[in-house]
Design a protein around this ligand. Structure first.
Ligand code: F6P
Length: 372
C-alpha cells in the first residue's frame, strides 16, 4: 500500500489531552503504517497561511502528559477568516494548501465549531477525519470527549476546597463553571463535589426556588451552601427577557455565540447578589474560568485520546474518511461527519446523573424537586 501523507490541526478552545491525541495518531500512523505526518499551526489559520511543522519522532516524544497543544490553536474558520481589517472566505486557499502538500487526509481535533468547519472542507472534496475534544463534552455522536474528565476533576477539586471556606464563614459560594451552552461539566463536577444547587442551561432556574433551597439548609442547621452554576445557565426570567429582546430586534440570538467575559461574570454576580438579598446570608462568587482548560491531562483523558488517536490512524490506513472517531462503550468507532456537524449533545433532563443528584437532595432551581 502507498505511503500516506497525513496533516493534522487542533482548532477551537484547547484542552488537556490534545497532545496525547496528536501523539497517538502520529506514533501509530508512522510506526505501524509508515505514513508521513505534518501539523498545521494555530488551527485552520495555519492551513490557510501554510504554516506547518514536520512531526517527527522528536516532536511526538515527551508530550503524552503535556497540557495545551504543541500545534497552537485558534477559533478561525476558513470561510470567514479575518485577514487584516477584513473578513474573507479563505476556503479555496485552505483546499489549495492541502493539495500543495499532497495530503491524503486532514485530521482535525476539535469541538462543535471545528466539526462544522471540517465538514465544509469535506464538502470541498478533502479527506477528513476528526477527533472529538472539548471540556464541554457537547460533541454529538460520542459518549464522551477528551478534555472533559480532566476539567471535571479540576472543577470538583475547586468545589471541595470551596466547601471548607464556605462552611467556616457560613456563606453561599456561587462557583461558575465553563461548558458553553451545555451543563455536562457543571453537572458532573457538581454531583461529584456535592454541590447543594446545580444550575445548568438545560434547566431554567427560578431564583425563589434556589433561595428556598438555601434557606431550607439553614433551617436544618447547615449554614453554608455551594451553588455550581454553568456559565450558560439562565433563569426563567432571563429567558423571557431574552425572548422579548429577540422579538423587539426581530432577530434570534445566535446559540453558538459565547457569552462575553463580562456577561458571564455578570450572571454569576447577579445570582449571588439576588441570593444575598433573599436569604440574608453573605454570598461570594468564584469563576473557575480557564483554570479548567489548563495543565496535565488525567489518566482517563490520556487513555481516551490515545485510543481515539490510534484508531484514527487505523481508519486512515483503511481509507475510511469523512468520519469522526467516536468513543462508544469500550470501542472507538467511525461516525459519519454528515451526522455530527451542526449538532450538539446537551444534557437530557431525565439523564441518570440528574436523577441521582435529585435523589441525594440536589436542587436544580426548578419546581421538579421530587421524582415521579
Ligand atoms: O469550548 C470550551 C470553552 O472553554 C467553553 O467552555 C467556554 O465557553 C469557551 O471555551 C471559552 O472560550 P475562550 O477560551 O475563547 O474564552
Amino acid at each position: 500500500m502507498a505511503q500516506k501523507a497525513i496533516g493534522i490541526l487542533t482548532s477551537g478552545g484547547d484542552c488537556p489531552g490534545l497532545n496525547a491525541a496528536i501523539r497517538g495518531v502520529g506514533k501509530a500512523a508512522k510506526g505501524a503504517y509508515d505514513a508521513t505526518f505534518v501539523g498545521f499551526r494555530d488551527g485552520f489559520r495555519g492551513l490557510v497561511e501554510n504554516r506547518l511543522i514536520r512531526l517527527q519522532d522528536a516532536e511526538l516524544s515527551g508530550i503524552l502528559t503535556l497540557g495545551g497543544t504543541i500545534l497552537g490553536t485558534s477559533r478561525d474558520k476558513p470561510h470567514m477568516m479575518p485577514v487584516g481589517s477584513v473578513t474573507m472566505d479563505m476556503t479555496d486557499v485552505a483546499v489549495a494548501n492541502y493539495h500543495r502538500h499532497h495530503l491524503d487526509v486532514l485530521v482535525c481535533l476539535g469541538g462543535g465549531g471545528t466539526h462544522k468547519n471540517a465538514h465544509r472542507l469535506m464538502k470541498k472534496g478533502l479527506n477528513i477525519v476528526t477527533l472529538p475534544k472539548t471540556i464541554d463534552n457537547d460533541v454529538w455522536g460520542t459518549d464522551v470527549t477528551f478534555g472533559f474528565d480532566t476539567a471535571m476533576g479540576i472543577a470538583t477539586e475547586a468545589i471541595d476546597r470551596l466547601h471548607t471556606t464556605a462552611e467556616s464563614h457560613h456563606r453561599i459560594i456561587v462557583v461558575e463553571i465553563m461548558g458553553h451552552n451545555t451543563g455536562w461539566l457543571t453537572l458532573g463536577a457538581g454531583l461529584a463535589g456535592g454541590a447543594d444547587v446545580i444550575l445548568i442551561p438545560e434547566i431554567p432556574y427560578d431564583i425563589e426556588v434556589v433561595a428556598e433551597a438555601v434557606l431550607g439548609r439553614s433551617r436544618a442547621g447547615k449554614r453554608f451552601s455551594i451553588i455550581a452554576m454553568a456559565e450558560g445557565a439562565l433563569s426563567e426570567q432571563q429567558i423571557s427577557e431574552q425572548k422579548q429582546a429577540e422579538k423587539k430586534a426581530k432577530k434570534k440570538k445566535n446559540k453558538d455565540q459565547l457569552p462575553s467575559p463580562e456577561e458571564a461574570v455578570a450572571a454569576s454576580a447577579r445570582l449571588a447578589r439576588q441570593l444575598q438579598e433573599l436569604t440574608r446570608l453573605e454570598a461570594r462568587v468564584t469563576a473557575l474560568g480557564h483554570l479548567q482548560r489548563g495543565g496535565v491531562p488525567s489518566p482517563t483523558d490520556r487513555l481516551l485520546a490515545t485510543r481515539l488517536g490510534t484508531k484514527c490512524a487505523e481508519l486512515i490506513h483503511q481509507d475510511v474518511y469523512g468520519v469522526m472517531v467516536a468513543a462508544k462503550g469500550e470501542e472507538c468507532v467511525p461516525v459519519p461527519l454528515d451526522e455530527v456537524a451542526g449538532r450538539r449533545k446537551t444534557v437530557p433532563i431525565d439523564h441518570s446523573w440528574i436523577r441521582s443528584a435529585r435523589l441525594v437532595g440536589t436542587c436544580f432551581g426548578d419546581r421538579c424537586g421530587t421524582l415521579d
